[in-house]
Ligand binder design. Structure first.
Ligand SMILES: [Cu+2]
Length: 284
C-alpha cells in the first residue's frame, strides 16, 4: 500500500469512527433529553400580555398568569407567508369578524380565572408567532381587539434537547366531539390533546357548578346572555389545527367537570359547542 493510499484509508476510517461516535453521542443526548424544561411565562392583564419577545424553538411549555379582572388565555398563532404582527392588526381592522387565512392555530394555555395560571406544551418550529386572546368582553369584543396581541419570535435551539411530556391520558377532538382515552381521576394529570377533526378545535376544562352542564356554561357567553357562567375554566389547550397535538397539565379535585370548544364554524360562525362539542365527566 502506498503511503498516500494508506493515509487516505486512515482518514476515511477516522471519519467513519468520528461519525459513529457522533451518532452514539446523539442517541445519548436523546436518551438524556429532559422534560422538566422551565415554562416560558406570559402575564395577561386587561388588556395585554407581558413576557419575552424571543424564545428558542423546540418543545415549549407556555404558562399564562392571569393578573387581570377578566378571563384570559393565550391563543398562539404562527404567521405564514412572511406576515407580521402589523399585517395581522391591519387584517383585523379591515374585517374584525374574520381571521386571515395566513395564520395557523398552534395551541397555547387555555383560560383561567383572575389570579390563576395555566400551562400548555407545544413543539414550536422556528418562525414568527403572535399571542392573542380571543375571549370576548361583556360587549362581545374579543380581547385581541383591545390590545391583547403580542409578537413572539421563535429562533435558534435550546441548549439541551427537550422531549414531549409523557401523557397518561389523551383527549381526542373531532367535528364535533370530545373523546377521552380513559376516565380522569383526582390529582394532577398531563393530558395529550389531539385534533383529528377537519376544523381547528380547542378544549376548555370546566369545573362545573352543581347541576350545570358544559353547554350551560357556553350559553352564558352567547350574545344577550345574563348572569355569571355556571362554573369556572381551569385550563386546557386553545385552538389547534387539524392533525396537530399539544399537552396540558391540570389538577383535578373530586367533582363534576366539563369540556367545551368555543371555536367558530367557518361557515355558520356558530361556536362548536352549539353543534354539540361539549362533554361532562365526574372525577372521583
Ligand atoms: Cu371545536
Amino acid at each position: 500500500m502506498s503511503r498516500s493510499l494508506f493515509q487516505s484509508v486512515a482518514v476515511f476510517l477516522f471519519l467513519i469512527l468520528a461519525s459513529a461516535l457522533d451518532w452514539v453521542d446523539g442517541s445519548r443526548a436523546a436518551a438524556g433529553s429532559r422534560t422538566d424544561d422551565a415554562p416560558v411565562v406570559f402575564v395577561a392583564h386587561d388588556y395585554g400580555f407581558a413576557g419575552p419577545d424571543r424564545i428558542p424553538a423546540g418543545v415549549t411549555t407556555m404558562q399564562v398568569v392571569n393578573k387581570g379582572q377578566d378571563l384570559h388565555h393565550i391563543q398562539l398563532l404562527r404567521l405564514l407567508q412572511g406576515k407580521t404582527a402589523d399585517d395581522f392588526r391591519a387584517a383585523l381592522t379591515a374585517d374584525s369578524a374574520r381571521l386571515p387565512n395566513w395564520i395557523k392555530f398552534v395551541g397555547g394555555p387555555n383560560a383561567v380565572l383572575p389570579g390563576s395560571e395555566s400551562a400548555a406544551t407545544m413543539n414550536l418550529a422556528e418562525g414568527e408567532y403572535l399571542l392573542i386572546c380571543i375571549i370576548p368582553n361583556k360587549d362581545g369584543v374579543p380581547h385581541m381587539a383591545l390590545g391583547m396581541q403580542k409578537p413572539l419570535s421563535v429562533r435558534g435551539a435550546k441548549p439541551m434537547l427537550v422531549a414531549e411530556p409523557k401523557a397518561g391520558l389523551t383527549i381526542t377532538l373531532t367535528d364535533f366531539r370530545f373523546a377521552q382515552s380513559q376516565p380522569i381521576t383526582a390529582g394532577s394529570h398531563t393530558i395529550q390533546v389531539m385534533n383529528q377533526g377537519a376544523q381547528p378545535h380547542e378544549v376548555v376544562v370546566l369545573k362545573l357548578d352543581p347541576g350545570a352542564s358544559a353547554k350551560d356554561f357556553g350559553a352564558a357567553f352567547e350574545p344577550g346572555a345574563s348572569g355569571p357562567p355556571p362554573g369556572k375554566p381551569v385550563g386546557g389547550v386553545v385552538g389547534l389545527e387539524s392533525g396537530e397535538h399539544a399537552f396540558f397539565t391540570a389538577r383535578f379535585e373530586p367533582g363534576r367537570y366539563g369540556l367545551i370548544c368555543f371555536f367558530p364554524d367557518p361557515v355558520t360562525g356558530k361556536p362548536h359547542f352549539a353543534q354539540g362539542m361539549t362533554s361532562e365527566f365526574t372525577v372521583k
